[in-house]
Write a protein that binds this ligand. Structure first.
Ligand code: NAD
Length: 400
């Protein structure tokens, strides 16, 4: 056990420290938002979230627990603090979540390990049988974002963020120096594409759902959702038409296959396309932080800005539960990126894009909003936290 004063140490698109109390405060903010909404009618009661410690997965866990009273089993790959070294934000978020769940009398079980492995899937199935209500689950959220995966063939595949057509010359934001510069991203090889599909495509989601089905732990009517992104034309060469976009196409392929399996349980599987937000995963994608900074300003001015928790709460409230039906697009996907992709928002981005330079950036962008969200992901900048005071960096996760 060790008390430390924890200060932010930002290195490019990552902060290598995180604050335990700040992360817990950020989780409490999300819980407060969910509690400010009406309880979700007919919502999930026993939920598995794969990738539950940060970003969209964490918000899914919070909405399910505090909006619907669900018992939650969270899976993630995080690190506790040790000695004088702080742990990862996802560890501290989960410690904060467990503390609040316990206070609220909500069951919370967490398993830290490699979700891609067969061993962890077995461990999760055992935990569902022994710890979750009735030994079954009624919702599986698949929200992994990872740079690598060791697949059942024993090979470790790596995902890359590259265009698949011609090299991509684009405007980019150097978030450290607040400079708008140009980047050239070289074209992916066929192997780059294949490896990215292995990591971020749908194969592992299928393996999960087949394993859960085989173990008999899916409740009648069980649903499963995985998250995707499409975004604006200015990012298509690196996102939608890039290596990651190919992986997301494979996720949709898997979604259709899993849907057939889930129908046997009178359930369903689908992909939800979510809005661009600032998470550890999205900060690492070239061009995206510049787009997000512009987008935030436009959407805040229109009053339609949302973060992870508002997005997931809307998915649960307006699409999945409360007696509503899923509203699919022409490709069978649910679109909670609808406000981001509305014609007026996208036109505003499109019109601004050629005008953005280092000099005009402040006038066009909400960089303060971007940075606030970025720092919050690591537990910094939260009200009511004394960042000068030493705090315990080793935190335990006890089942609630
Ligand atoms: P994130 O980085 O915040 O969260 C990733 C989660 O995956 C964490 O809980 C992490 O612990 C877990 N994880 C990573 N590797 C793991 C492993 N081997 N075993 C167990 N857990 C592991 O990411 P995010 O931005 O919330 O992304 C989640 C999903 O949402 C992704 O599919 C992403 O494409 C999608 N999405 C993100 C955005 C965005 O703007 N961030 C927009 C739309 C859709």
């Amino acid at each position: 056990m060790s008390q430390q004063v924890v200060k932010p140490r930002v290195r490019g698109f990552i902060c290598i420290t995180s604050h335990p109390d700040g992360c817990a405060a950020a989780v409490r903010e999300q819980i407060a938002y969910v509690k400010s909404r009406q309880p979700i009618e007919g919502g999930p009661k026993s939920v598995l979230v794969i990738g539950a410690s940060t970003g969209y997965g964490l918000s899914s866990r919070i909405s399910a627990a505090f909006g619907s009273g669900a018992a939650t089993l969270g899976v993630f790959f995080e690190r506790n603090g040790e000695g004088d070294k702080p742990g990862s934000p996802g560890w501290y978020n989960t410690a904060g979540f467990h503390a609040e769940a316990k206070k609220a009398g909500l069951k919370a079980v967490s398993i830290n390990g490699d979700a891609f492995s067969a061993e962890l899937k077995t461990q999760v199935i055992d935990a569902i049988k022994s710890k979750m209500p009735g030994g079954k689950i009624d919702l599986v959220v698949y929200s992994l974002a990872s740079p690598r995966r060791t697949a059942p063939d024993g090979v470790t595949y790596k995902s890359v963020l590259k265009p698949t057509g011609a090299p991509f010359h684009a405007k980019n934001l150097d978030t450290d120096r607040k400079v708008v510069n140009d980047v050239t991203l070289e074209t992916a090889s066929a192997d780059d594409i294949a490896q990215t599909v292995k990591v971020m495509g749908g194969e592992d989601w299928e393996l999960w759902m087949n394993a859960l089905d085989g173990a008999g732990v899916l409740k009648e009517g069980c649903q499963t959702v995985a998250y995707s992104y499409i975004g604006p034309r200015v990012t298509w060469p690196i996102y939608k038409d890039g290596t990651i976009g190919k992986a997301k196409e494979d996720l949709e392929r898997a979604g259709r296959k899993i849907d057939s399996l889930m129908k046997l349980h009178r359930g369903r599987a689908f992909v939800s396309v979510n809005k661009a937000v600032v998470t550890q995963a999205s900060s690492a994608i070239p061009v995206v932080p510049l787009y997000v900074s512009l987008l935030f300003k436009i959407m805040k001015a229109k009053g339609t800005h949302e973060g992870c928790i508002e997005q997931i709460q809307r998915l649960f409230e307006k699409q999945m539960y409360n007696g509503n039906a899923l509203d699919f697009d022409e490709n069978g996907r649910v679109r909670i990126d609808d406000w981001e992709m509305s014609a007026d928002v996208q036109k505003a981005v499109f019109d601004l894009w050629p005008q953005v330079t280092t000099e005009t950036f402040d006038a066009h962008a909400d960089f303060a909003g971007y940075q606030t969200d970025f720092m919050k992901n690591f537990g910094f900048g939260l009200a009511g936290i004394d960042y000068e005071a030493p705090t315990e960096v080793e935190r335990t996760l006890e089942d609630a």
